[in-house]
Design a protein around this ligand. Structure first.
Ligand code: 5GP
Length: 256
């Protein structure tokens, strides 16, 4: 590929550093995952290491957690304010997740497109379904934990770090995870988040590979290998053992 971005000097350590030279072209990347699967860390890494990728800051009626700040992780609203935004048709999609509203404001998409940037959305399976219907060209990625046991451990660690006292919360999140995971089949890519560094590299590869492809170039080398390895059709068999730990096999493809 003569005009494919060339790896930078440190590309052996980070073969995807070349993504910095590729500035986005109006693509929409949707990323969904069960709570506790490590998605926020992945999303943060991606946001800070890939140029031309805007992040849609969602609106929510849930209270800020820990060190979260209004306008950084989320824009926090009352239910009343959120419902006014629904009535004014300001959301591209919204959903009730764990008893709170979460929504993507249209303005983030408009702004990203005006700047010729790509847009990254961290939304649940219901929001992803709405967006895939509205934006069929969007690229969707589902992050899977390596097993139910590992997800449970991560949720327990997070709960104790956040000093959450409700003993039922972990069970509810695990039950929701099992239902959400049934939807893996609706995503273009499946990323098993086992080792964080590998997952970040794979995520960057997916973004770069889609950018190349959508601008008429074929990805090659490490970028292609990492991205292709996560394609839905290439992981169907290998993820069956993970799905089985959640009591799911061969997705019933039911939206939550
Ligand atoms: P958390 O409260 O743990 O940050 O997020 C809970 C869930 O809400 C996650 O699955 C997250 O992806 C989802 N979520 C965050 N923002 C949005 C949004 O704008 N729309 C939808 N549909 N889901 C969202």
């Amino acid at each position: 590929m003569a005009d494919e971005p060339k790896p930078s000097a440190n590309s052996k350590a980070d073969p995807l550093a070349m993504s910095a030279s590729n500035r986005g072209c109006g693509l929409v990347f949707i990323i969904s995952a069960p709570s506790g699967s490590g998605k926020s860390t992945l999303v943060n890494e991606l946001r800070h290491s890939v140029e031309g990728l805007d992040f849609s800051i969602s609106y929510t009626t849930r209270a800020p957690r820990g060190s979260e700040q209004n306008g950084r992780e989320y824009c926090y609203l009352s239910r009343d304010e959120f419902e006014k935004m629904i009535s004014a048709d300001l959301f591209l999609e919204y959903a009730d997740v764990f008893g709170n509203y979460y929504g993507t404001a249209r303005c983030f998409l408009d702004r990203a497109m005006q700047h010729g940037h790509d847009l990254l959305l961290d939304i649940d399976v219901q929001g992803a379904a709405q967006l895939q219907a509205k934006l069929p060209q969007s690229i969707s990625i589902f992050v899977l934990p390596p097993s139910r046991r590992e997800l449970e451990l991560r949720l327990r660690r997070r709960s104790s770090a956040e000093n959450v006292k409700d003993p039922g919360i972990i069970q509810r999140r695990l039950d929701t995870a099992s239902r959400e995971i049934c939807n893996y089949n609706h995503y273009d890519y499946i990323l098993v988040n086992d080792r964080l560094e590998d997952s970040i590299e794979a995520l960057k590869a997916i973004v770069l590979s889609e950018r190349l492809r959508r601008s008429g170039r074929e990805p090659s080398g490490e970028v292609r290998r990492l991205a292709e390895r996560c394609r839905l059709e290439n992981v169907r068999e290998s993820i069956q053992s993970i799905l089985a730990t959640f009591g799911n096999q061969e997705s019933s493809a039911v939206r939550k």
